[in-house]
Design a protein. Sequence first.
Lengths: 234, 155
Amino acid sequence: MRAALKALLIFFILGVIFYKNSFAVASLSLSSKLQSAFASPILLITNLFKSSSFVEQMTRLQMENQSLQAQLTRQALGRGSEDDFLKAKVHAIFSFNNKGSFTIDVGSLSGVKEGMVVVVAKDVFVGQISQVSSDWSEVRTIFDIGWQIPVRIGLKNTPALLLAGVPPAISMIDKARVPDLGDDIFTAGRGIPYGLKIGNLKNMRDISGNPFKEGDVALPYVIGELAEVLVLLK
Amino acid sequence: MNRQRAIQEIIIPLVVAVIFPAAQNSQLLRIWGVNPNLAIVGLMILTIIIADYFRFFIFSGLLILFLKILPGFEIESAALLATALLMKIIKAISPWSVFLSPVLLIIMGTLVFYGIADYAFIFQEPGIFLRELAYNIVLGALAYLGLSAIYEEAR
């Protein structure tokens, strides 16, 4: 009898881990709630007694500011903003170092399709939908090793290449049109709307024997602090 | 069951199985862009403190469950399950000293995990892999020092 109960418990746990059903989605919510519960005390300590809701407000204001700056850049580049957005909550972030992705709580039932772009505060690029189910989706981010996105830098429109990874980096910066440090980096790749802000350029350097410059990206958000994102439906 | 036994056999394994995945998913322990693999560290702890295979499986299963980000099959879950079983078997037959055992378990666990989940990652990004391995060993050693104050098996 005990052996049978043990076997049942083993099959139950294996089923919960590997079987595709709504219970697994509940475990995702629990995981994200635990994540928030664990994050709040750490945030309290690291932010010297600032409450996590205050930090969330600051983060939201910072993102809105980044979005406004990005909108101004897009308008200067002649790109308007007639996009249609779907709000989505971030369920959980992939926590191992070999992949950079997270899951959101909207899927095909809400009109989400593979390849759709995901942004924060309307104009800041976060990633692209890589997998869609009925009520959840996986988003590939710029921390996903191996992804390369053509970008432009600053109002000089300097062409370059974003190398996704840990951390993401900028490669192939055209030496004929050297951008300034702090310039906006924005998307210019196929399948991604033109002019979405990725971050700002920092730490530019020459590589011996390389006709191009390289640089680093200062991101306007911390991936671990994202609670809500927007899916670009159009 | 007396209080100390309840703490050793239920409370501490439960804390490892629930808190370690939550800390892993929180991204709060990221250093120089690299996340520690608290799943491997947690499995190493469970390997050392739980002798019974059935209880080890239950707590490892809980730890793996709380790390999931997608419903359904994930290669990472399968890799962690295989890593857990291998750690348990290796620990049972290992001739190593009590101190070397956790370090070698973590090295083996990290290699096996990525070998199954994404072996190309080890060769494409050796710098990140080695940084994570170093991070895992440091955290594992610290956890082991804490454990040896509580558990006879860790001394």
